[in-house]
Write a protein that binds this ligand. Structure first.
Ligand code: NAP
Length: 212
């Protein structure tokens, strides 16, 4: 599978390593694809990797991952070109964290909208699945916790099934599917709580696990 990842930060690099190490070809997209940190990432990552612009990464991927700063989602869509997402599974990892009042953050979308919904609205032909946004990048691939399930949502059942297969490859037990993409509001609202918990325990690799 060819995977296009929009982003050059820790999430893009962690998921890029994960996808590449499981036999996929990965292209990371950035406004400055030639920067040193991405050259280093390519040297370390196992498998087939490349870098390019947002537009190149989006058109490259059979699957496209959003891993940009929450406030940059619209800009990333504009730079990538909305047509490149049509018909594709789009994994959205982003969070609308609002640091305008400092730490800890709030949500700039409020609770009546979300970035997951915004991406789905702007890309109506894409099959958007919200995933990975509730866990730190260090745990996205090989979470290091037996039986852990990812919280996901999205409108397209087949796209969610594909994402669950990816999660299982990445070492997750599976996913808890919260429903349609509007549930992104609550997946995203979970993250300011995660930030507060991580700050209070001084453990930025911590994650929540659902006990059954
Ligand atoms: N860090 C984590 O552990 C974690 C965990 C779960 C979810 N998330 C979410 O995942 C997303 C990525 O997080 P991150 O920590 O990897 O990186 P980040 O610092 O939040 O975002 C970096 C990416 O955003 C892009 N970006 C920033 N401003 C932009 C603009 N004006 N226009 C277009 N692109 C812009 C950068 O593009 P360039 O490459 O061009 O610089 C870069 O690729 C965020 O939404 C975050 O909330 C993060």
């Amino acid at each position: 599978m060819k995977v296009g990842i929009l982003g050059s930060g820790d999430v893009a690099k962690a998921l890029g390593r994960g996808f590449a190490s499981h036999g996929n070809s990965v292209k990371l997209g950035s406004r400055t694809p030639d920067i040193e940190k991405l050259k280093e990432w390519r040297k370390e990552a196992q498998g087939e990797t490349s870098t390019g612009t947002f537009a190149e990464a989006a058109s490259y991927g059979d699957i496209v991952v959003f891993a940009v700063l929450g406030t940059a989602v619209d800009e990333a869509i504009n730079l990538a070109g909305p047509k490149s997402f049509a018909g594709k599974v789009v994994i959205d990892t982003t969070n609308p964290l609002d640091f305008s009042k400092g730490m800890p953050p709030g949500l700039f979308t409020g609770l009546t909208d979300s970035l997951g919904e915004r991406i789905q609205r702007e890309l109506p032909q894409a099959k958007v699945v919200k995933c990975f946004n509730t866990v730190p990048n260090s745990r996205m691939v090989n979470p290091g916790e037996k039986g852990a399930e990812m919280l996901i949502c999205g409108n397209n059942p087949e796209a969610k099934r594909q994402v669950v297969q990816i999660l299982k490859q990445f070492g997750w037990a599976g996913a808890i599917d919260l429903g349609g993409i509007a549930e992104s509001r609550w997946l995203e609202a979970f993250v300011p709580l995660w930030v507060r918990t991580a700050a209070s325990t001084n453990n930025w690799n911590s994650m929540f696990k659902v006990l059954h």
